[in-house]
Structures are given as structure tokens and as C-alpha cells.
Design a protein around this ligand. Structure first.
Ligand code: 4AD
Ligand code: MG
Length: 503
């Protein structure tokens, strides 16, 4: 069982024409008379292995035929290049050894509802989709560290237990800290600002907690956020840093994970367009766009398109249902069943979008200056653009206390959100920080926060205050956007959401 004698599926290209042994799990299989197609996965990829009667022992042929999905085994055979097969190679089986047979694996290729899959996340992680997402997430996390490490940033690990409110008091997870109240961090930013005054350019990267009482596809209660913070930077500098950063991440994924993106059906052409400069809108301009006739027309066209998609989906479903009633082989029946589940859930989503579209159009039309952009407003702006959009300078009252007041217009702050294209919405939030002692003190008081807790934060404005700023990028939302996954719960191995902690 030593790995020295086994070959990883990802390395099969070096073994064409030679014998190789794979060690993995049976992902799927089908038999047709004298030939069996076994799809093996080993963590590095999938490989079709072909066992022919007469080329392996009669006993093994029968054993393989009965072998259940997710049984573990080693398979030996000759490597053949085959463009049609997943991964580009297949194995002509000469021998196999079953390590541990699995019986009645609960997740069949027939597909299941999301609740069932979340309860079975410990097993569902083995699925092709989850595997592709996990590999891309890995590249994104690696790119995040690489970008900052290669650009002169120092990593600072900020605490998870904290005593101060970084964002909204309404979304704190309280903990009993030896009899004293404390909570789980919502952001490392405030601590990071201290470090920026020592190291200049810093970043923190870790889990972040928000008791968000929203069950949307964009919210988790525990998510990963990377936050850079830079001394001596202005808003333009931050936007440049953010667009170079996101361009780098997308570039790394395109370099390393093209096969995974294809399997997931991600929009690769759109990803290839990601390059600076991104679009820049002020909040005031975004508000004008939302209220404009252009947006109403856009929404009407969007609604028509959705109705067209609905019709197409219904037709496809009807055709498959008819086919399934006819005389079709078991493997085809299974495939149809799986496709139907996916199509029906896509239909359901399309119907929800059709139902929401007029409501969202109305919200946009009635948008008034001073409100924060809502999820649907962000979606609309982001749908109207083919590259990420920066929305800058939001009304002060709608935003966090630490954001710097624009000295040329004291109704707004020097902040930005980056909205990913194609309706994904906000992936980054950031700002220049208020660096004036008195103005910051006033904001802290105005928001009803306990000044005593913020003395150390205020000190930064007392001892060599400098213009500085930073931002936070949500990892799961970035993974969702890049992979084209609709729900961020699929973008972390073990998601934590408001209603349930499954596993
Ligand atoms: O916009 P947010 O709240 O900004 C901050 O926390 C700042 N302190 C960051 C900074 O300036 N250093 O959050 C930043 C990003 C969002 O754009 C989003 O991508 C992600 O964190 N995020 C969430 N992701 C998943 N679930 C949630 N509940 C999230 N809340 C924020
Ligand atoms: Mg935000």
C-alpha cells in the first residue's frame, strides 16, 4: 500500500503505455455484458478503468460487478490516452484489490435535495462538484497569501475573542469569558490598524463571526475574511490595490483550475475579462442609476429573459420525463433522474427570480439617497456590468463609525464596496479610516458605543496618526462568484448558517 508503487491519477500522463496502480474509491460504475466501466477517484482526479471479461480473473470480474459505490480499492492496468474520458486517460484493468467494500452508500448519483446533502456533508465532500469547489477554494486561499506576501505585507494574526464591536452591535456572538462578557470577532480590522502603525502594510486572514439573522445565499455565520491594512494610503490607492488583488486571484484560478471550472460550468470567458481598471461609481451615481429609466428597462428585459429560460427548462423537463417512461437502460434512468433533480431546482430558482424581479425593480425605482444599498440593489448594479464595480462614498449615517468623513462633503465617508459581476454582489468592503481624534470620538459616541473600550483604538489617533485604510474580502463569496456557485454554503467544507449547524 506504499504510495511509492501507486500512481496518482493526476500523474497518469507520465505513464502512457505502461502499467500503473491507482489507489482510490469507486465513484461510479456500469456494466454492459462483458465489459465494466469503473470510475475511480483518488483525490487528484477521476479515471475510467475498463475491466474486460477474460482479461481479469472470472472471480474478480464478478466481485467488481457487485462492488458498491465508494468502496475503496486499488486497480492495476495499462494506461491509455483517451480524450473522451475524464482526465484524458483510462486504464485497461489487469488486476484489482478491494480494500474495504461499501454497501448502500447513501448519496447515489441520482442526486438529492440540499437538506439531505447538508446532513450528509461528511460524505458529500467526496462528490465531484464539492471536490472542484474545494480545489478552487484552495487556489484562491493560496493566491491571497501569495499576493500579500509578495507585495511587502506582513501577516498579523488578530484575536478571535474580543471586547469591542468592529461592525454592527446587532450581529455579535456573545460568549461568557470567565464571567465577563466578550464576543467572537466580526473583523480583525481594529487590531490590524494598530499593527499597520508598526509594520506599514499588514494583513490578517482568519475566521470571522456574524450572528446575521439572514438566511440568504450570501450569508454565513462563520466565514473567512482576509483584510489588508495600509498606512499612508488614500481611497484611490485602496481601489487600485483591491483591483490588482482580485485580478491576481482570478488569474491564478484560470492558471491552475481550468478543468474544475469547466466541470462546474463556470463562466470562463467572463473570468478572462477580469483586469484593471474595474468600473468606478460613487454611491450617488449608483443611486441615480437605480432610479433611472435605464434600470427599469433593464429589469423588464431581464424578466423576459427569465421567462424564456423558464419555458426552456419546462420543455427539457417534459422531454426527459417522457424519455424516462420509455424502455431505457438502468444507467440512463439514473442519469435522467439526476438531471431532473438539477433541472427542477433550476426551475424553482428561475421561478423565484421571476417572482422577485418586479419587487426588486420597485425597490430600485423608490431608492432614496441615504439608505444603504440593499442586496437586490447590489444585484441589479452588478448584473448591469461585465467586470467588478466599485461603489464609493456612501452616506455617513449608513456606515460604520471608523470610516473617514470626506472633508469635501461631510455627508459621505471615504469607503467602497466591490461588487462582483453577473449578480453576485458585494465581495469586498473597505474604507479609509477616520484619523482625526475628535472626529472619531464623536462617531463612537454617536453610535452609542462605550468609549472606554475604544481608548486603545483612539490612541492611534493621538500618537502619530496617519492617513490609512484597508478592506476585507470574503472568501466564500469570492469562491461563489468565481465558480458560479449560487449559494455560498457550498463554498466552505462545513458551512455554518443561521438556522442549523449540520455537521
Ligand atoms: O463589509 P464588511 O462587513 O467589512 C468589514 O468587516 C471591514 N471591517 C473590512 C475592512 O475594512 N477591513 O465585510 C467584508 C466582506 C464582505 O464584502 C463580504 O465579502 C464578507 O466580508 N462578508 C460575509 N461573507 C459571508 N457571510 C457573511 N455573513 C458576511 N459578512 C461579510
Ligand atoms: Mg459590507
Amino acid at each position: 500500500m506504499s504510495n511509492n508503487t501507486n500512481t496518482y491519477i493526476a500523474d497518469l500522463r507520465n505513464k502512457t503505455g505502461q502499467e500503473a496502480t491507482l489507489a482510490g474509491w469507486l465513484y461510479n460504475s456500469r456494466a454492459s455484458g462483458k465489459i465494466q466501466f469503473l470510475i475511480i477517484r483518488d483525490g487528484t482526479g477521476l479515471c475510467q478503468c475498463i475491466a474486460e471479461k477474460g482479461k481479469v480473473s472470472e472471480k474478480l470480474f464478478e466481485e467488481l460487478k457487485r462492488l458498491g459505490q465508494e468502496s475503496s480499492l486499488t486497480v492495476t492496468g495499462v494506461v491509455r490516452a483517451d480524450e473522451r474520458s475524464a482526465g484524458g486517460f483510462e486504464l485497461a484493468v489487469t488486476d484489482a484489490q478491494i480494500i474495504s467494500p461499501a454497501v448502500d452508500y447513501p448519496i447515489t448519483p441520482k442526486s438529492h435535495g440540499i437538506d439531505f446533502l447538508l446532513k450528509n456533508r461528511h460524505l458529500h465532500l467526496r462528490s465531484q462538484r464539492q471536490w472542484c469547489i474545494g480545489k478552487i477554494r484552495h487556489t484562491i486561499v493560496d493566491a491571497i497569501r501569495r499576493f500579500f506576501n509578495d507585495n511587502g505585507f506582513t501577516l498579523i494574526d488578530t484575536p478571535i475573542f474580543t471586547g469591542i464591536v468592529g461592525e454592527e452591535a446587532g450581529s455579535l456572538f456573545e460568549v461568557d469569558y470567565f464571567g465577563e462578557p466578550a464576543h467572537l470577532t466580526q473583523t480583525g480590522q481594529l487590531h490590524l490598524e494598530c499593527a499597520a502603525m508598526s509594520f506599514g502594510k499588514v494583513y490578517c486572514f482568519g475566521p470571522t463571526f456574524r450572528a446575521e439573522k439572514s438566511k440568504t445565499r450570501r450569508h454565513l455565520t462563520e466565514f473567512w475574511m482576509v483584510e489588508p491594512e495600509v498606512a499612508f494610503i488614500d481611497l484611490d490607492g485602496l481601489l487600485e490595490l483591491a483591483e490588482n488583488f482580485v485580478t491576481f486571484i482570478v488569474g491564478r484560478v484560470l492558471e491552475n483550475n481550468l478543468a474544475e471550472l469547466k466541470t462546474l460550468g463556470a463562466d470562463i470567458t467572463s473570468l478572462e475579462k477580469i483586469a484593471p481598471p474595474f468600473y468606478r461609481l460613487t454611491y450617488t451615481e449608483a443611486a441615480e442609476i437605480l432610479k433611472s429609466k435605464k434600470t427599469q428597462d433593464f429589469m423588464a428585459a431581464q424578466l423576459n429573459e427569465l421567462k424564456g429560460q423558464k419555458k426552456q427548462l419546462e420543455d427539457k423537463i417534459a422531454a426527459l420525463e417522457t424519455e424516462a417512461k420509455g424502455p431505457v437502460k438502468q444507467w440512463r434512468q439514473d442519469k435522467i433522474a439526476a438531471e431532473l433533480i438539477d433541472l427542477r431546482s433550476e426551475l424553482e430558482e428561475t421561478e423565484t427570480k421571476i417572482e422577485n424581479s418586479p419587487k426588486h425593480a420597485k425597490l430600485a425605482a423608490e431608492f432614496t439617497w441615504g439608505e444603504d444599498l440593499g442586496g437586490s440593489d447590489e444585484t441589479i448594479i452588478s448584473l448591469m456590468h461585465d467586470k467588478p464595480v466599485f461603489v464609493t462614498c456612501y452616506p455617513k449615517e449608513a456606515k460604520a463609525f471608523y470610516m473617514k468623513t470626506d472633508r469635501s462633503n461631510d455627508k459621505v465617508v471615504l469607503n467602497f464596496d466591490m461588487l462582483a459581476p453577473a449578480g453576485f454582489g458585494e465581495i469586498i468592503g473597505g474604507s479609509v479610516r477616520e484619523d482625526d481624534y475628535e472626529m472619531l470620538l464623536e462617531r463612537i459616541k454617536k453610535q452609542g458605543l462605550n468609549v472606554e473600550n475604544y481608548n486603545w483604538y483612539l490612541d492611534l489617533r493621538k500618537y502619530g496618526s496617519v492617513p490609512h485604510g484597508g478592506f476585507g474580502l470574503g472568501v466564500e463569496r469570492t469562491v461563489a462568484w468565481i465558480t458560479g456557485e449560487k449559494h455560498i454554503r457550498q463554498c466552505i467544507a462545513f458551512p455554518r448558517m443561521m438556522d442549523k449547524v449540520y455537521i
